[in-house]
Ligand binder design. Sequence first.
Ligand code: SF4
Length: 407
Amino acid sequence: MNVCESDKLGYAFSTYGILRVDNILDADIVILNTCSVRAQAEQKAFSYLGRVEEFKQQKPNIKIVVIGCMAERLGLKIKQRFKDIDLVIGAKNADNIVFQIVSLCDVDDTKKQEQIDMPSDIVRYITIMKGCNNYCSYCVVPFVRGNEKSLDYRTIVDGCSLMVKNGAKEIMLLGQNVNSYQYENINFASLVEKVAAIKNLKRIRFMTNHPKDLNDDLINIMVREQKLCSHIHLPMQSASNKILKAMNRKYTYEHYLNLVDKLRTAISDISITTDIIVGFPGETDQDYKDTLNAIKTIRFGGLYVFKYSKRPNTKAFEMIDDVPIEEKKRRHAIVLEESNKISAEIVLKMLGSTQQVLVEKIENNIMETRTRNGRKVFVEGNKNYIGKQLNVNVKEVKKNLLFGDIV
Ligand code: SF4
C-alpha cells in the first residue's frame, strides 16, 4: 500500500513542479514513507534517517520529511531523535500532506503542471479503502491508520480509467480488508464489476482479504469475470484455534479450510497465498505444529512468515511474550523451508504447460511476464509485446524461476 501511496504523492507533487529523482544526491526534499506494522520496518527507517541526516550536513538546504504509520505512531519523538528532520506528518493527517510539504518548500511555480509524474506502468495500484476496524490483537494498523473508510466508488473507477488511459493493463485494488468495502450500496463484488467494465483493462487483482469477510459474491464474480486473476492472498496467520482467538481473528481454522475448498472448487487453477505469524504469545509447540501441518495440507502458492514482535498499543502488547527468540527463529526457518519446498513442487508441475501471461517489462530482450495465478515467466521477445497478453509454453524451471516460449 505504501508503494501505491508514494505513487499517488508523486503525481500530486508533480502538479506543483516537484518531480521524483532517482538519486538522493539530486534531491531537494527527501520524503520517507514509513510502515509501522513490524518493529523491523521501523528500525530500517531509523537507520535510513541516520544516513539522510549525514547527507544533510553536506547539503544543508535539503528538507527531510517523514510520513506514514511510523510518523503517526511516534510523532514528535522522531524529531527529538533526529534534529534535522523538517516535518513529521502522521498517516491520519494524510489528506493535507501535499499542502504541508509544498508550504515547506520554495516551489518554482513556472514548473507547475509542465510535467506530470504519472507512471505509465503496465501494472498499477489503487487504494480503495483506508484504515481498519478489526483490531487483530498483534496489529498496530487501526491505531495508526484509524477506522476503516471506503472511498467513493466513482473516484476509484475514474482513477482506474485514468490509469488505463495512461497505459495500465492490470490494476491491483488495495485495502486492509477489501472484502468489507462498502460505499453506499456498492460492496466489493459490485466495485470489481464496475472496474472490470473499463475498456482496455485486461487484468484485476486485489488484496488483502480477511477470511471472516470473504464471501460467495466475490468467489462467484472471480468465476464469472475473466479479468479477475486466479490468485488470492488470504492471511491465515495460524491454524491453532486457540491462537486465532488470542489474535482476535474471528474465524476458526475449519472456516479457513472451508474457504480454501470453496475457492479451489470454483477456480481450479487458483493460487492461494498467505501470511503466517510464528511465536505469538502462548503458541505452544503443538500450536506451531498444527500450523505447519496446515501449510503441508493446504499447499499455499507462497507465504510470508513473520516472527511475532510486540507492537505498542496493541492488545497482545499486554500478553507475556513467552516464546524465546531462538524458538521463534527455529519455527520461522522450518515454515520457510516447508513453504519453499511446496512452492518448488508447484512450479515444477507447471513445466510443459501453456500459460496466459501479461508482459510487464523487458530488459535485454528478455520479457518479464506474469501468469494469471501470479508466477513470473521470463520469455524472449521485444518491446512491442509490452502490455500484451500472450500464451507461453513453460519450457524450463531454474531455481524456482520459470522460462518459456511464445506459443
Ligand atoms: S485486518 Fe487485522 S492484521 Fe489486517 S490491518 Fe486490520 S487489524 Fe491489522
